[in-house]
Design a protein around this ligand. Sequence first.
Ligand SMILES: C[S@@+](CC[C@H](N)C(=O)[O-])C[C@H]1O[C@@H](n2cnc3c(N)ncnc32)[C@H](O)[C@@H]1O
Length: 234
Amino acid sequence: MNHIAYQQRRSEIAHYFDRTASAAWARLTSKEPLGRIRSSVRQGRSQMQSTLLSWLPQDMSGLRVLDAGCGTGLLSCEAAARGATVLAIDLSPTLVELAQERLQREQPHLSGRIDFRSGDMLDEALGEFDHVVAMDSLIHYSCDDIAQALAHLSRRTRKSMVFTFAPRTPLLAALHRVGRLFPRGDRSPALEPVAQEALHSALSSRLVSGDWQAARCHRVAHGFYTSQAWEWTR
Ligand SMILES: C[S@@+](CC[C@H](N)C(=O)[O-])C[C@H]1O[C@@H](n2cnc3c(N)ncnc32)[C@H](O)[C@@H]1O
């Protein structure tokens, strides 16, 4: 991993999600009404969330899950509702605080199962996990940094890693030219579209333990939302 490039990108992402876009992100992940574009993003995200959850066991009792880049904690809550113990971490203290507030308000019975933290998902002190979920939290990193991040996480993961990447497609390129999720002043750090073959080869060479393999893969393309889910298992 190019540590300087990773840290620079990480600090842009932290600033963006913690300051510039935290209110927009809070709204996107709530039940409040949205305009057409963001509404299509919310629907696409919901499909993506269902896809990732469908790749995790129905009964997660006794399993420890890392929600890497948890945002407002949507996936963490679903995993906890299935019985998992969740460590939910995000670079943005504002989003983590919001996630905690929502949990207390809407599903207080799950609060003992989710440990919310603000920090870097790659922190080794977080310990070991059965499953790692990273929904749209690696999409702003280069192909090489995504592979390195997953290689780090793989050493502490027993069963599977399910994550998304921004697929390199002509359609996505066109959508980016036409418009973006947020108005100009709020623009996010650029997405890093990644070719699946390139990510496959970067991951294959970095998952050194050798017992990791690519499994299910599914693209969600809905309105202004496009993202590709991928599962890697031991
Ligand atoms: C697009 S949001 C998705 C949030 C959540 N996974 C969801 O789908 O609702 C990406 C999140 O990843 C977080 N993130 C990016 N890089 C991270 C890192 N290295 N460690 C922890 N969080 C990170 C960002 O702060 C941001 O909240």
